[in-house]
Design a protein around this ligand. Structure first.
Ligand SMILES: NC(=O)c1ccc[n+]([C@@H]2O[C@H](COP(=O)([O-])OP(=O)(O)OC[C@H]3O[C@@H](n4cnc5c(N)ncnc54)[C@H](OP(=O)(O)O)[C@@H]3O)[C@@H](O)[C@H]2O)c1
Length: 240
């Protein structure tokens, strides 16, 4: 299915998976609206790919609303990718970092779904792709509160899909649930145990952000009658 001339809003487009997704969707002729907090990175990226960008801190509800107000009247695709992964041990993690995790990974993602739905075509609907994680399917030993937020992303995504169907809304809702992807997020996830990250990098070939971008393209290109629920992908060497 051609994606040419569709409009996609990608959150967390300034880095890692979001940035790779932006490049991949640009190749398909999609009009892009990139968002994140880092104005310099977004500006540079938007210039390279002739895209629009809007700076927004998704932890601030009013900035999320402003983002969608500025995004124009019509959006076809929302890639809910922005996320954080500070070390968040249940035993002694900082409670304020748990709040940040909930606000960015769960509440902002949900808020973006709500506002994107208002911008989708009222008859044909749109596509929402939430970037979850393998940590939304099983709790890894170092998953901590991060895993709790990704389980919540899965619940939000599935609840949204049922609510839309109950309203005969044609919008398709999908998740991508990756294992380890080589992005700056991992430095933060393993902040309290950098040796573990070093060891992991030696032990396994991590996914590349482009692997996720290709998966996104596959999802978006499926015909309208196909709704993929979730795609789980992990490095072949990843043990859990
Ligand atoms: N890397 C992995 O191993 C892995 C595995 C499974 C799932 N994931 C998920 O993949 C998604 C992308 O992660 P990544 O690995 O690409 O990480 P990353 O390189 O650290 O990128 C995270 C993105 O989120 C944005 N972001 C963070 N807080 C934000 C806020 N308050 N407001 C607006 N934007 C915010 C950042 O933009 P600014 O800094 O410009 O704000 C950045 O563009 C996340 O949802 C993550 O949980 C990652």
């Amino acid at each position: 299915m051609s994606l040419k001339n569709k409009t996609a809003l990608i959150t967390g487009a300034s880095s890692g998976i979001g940035k790779a997704c932006a490049y991949a969707l640009k190749e398909e002729g999609i009009r892009l609206i990139l968002t994140g907090r880092n104005k310099i990175k977004l500006q540079e990226l938007a210039k390279k790919m002739d895209a629009s960008f809007i700076v927004a801190d998704l932890q601030d509800d009013s900035e999320v609303e402003k983002l969608f107000n500025e995004a124009g009247t019509s959006i076809d695709i929302l890639v809910n990718n922005a996320g954080i992964a500070p070390s968040a041990s249940i035993i002694d993690g900082d409670i304020s970092s748990f709040k940040d995790l909930l606000e960015v990974n769960v509440l902002a993602l949900t808020h973006c779904c709500q506002l994107a739905l208002k911008k989708f075509d009222s008859i044909s609907g749109g596509q929402i792709v939430n970037i979850s994680s393998m940590s939304g399917h099983r709790v890894p030993p170092s998953g901590g509160f991060y895993a709790a937020t990704k389980f919540a992303v899965r619940a939000v995504t599935e609840a949204l899909r049922f609510e839309l169907k109950a309203q005969n809304n044609k919008t398709r809702v999908t998740m991508i649930s990756p294992g380890f992807v080589d992005t700056p997020l991992l430095e933060k996830y393993f902040a309290s145990d950098q040796e573990k990250l070093k060891k992991l990098r030696l032990e396994l070939k991590m996914l590349d952000p482009n692997d996720i971008a290709e998966t996104l393209k596959f999802i978006l290109k499926t015909p309208n009658h196909v709704e993929i629920g979730d795609i789980l992908l992990r490095p072949q060497d990843q043990k859990i």
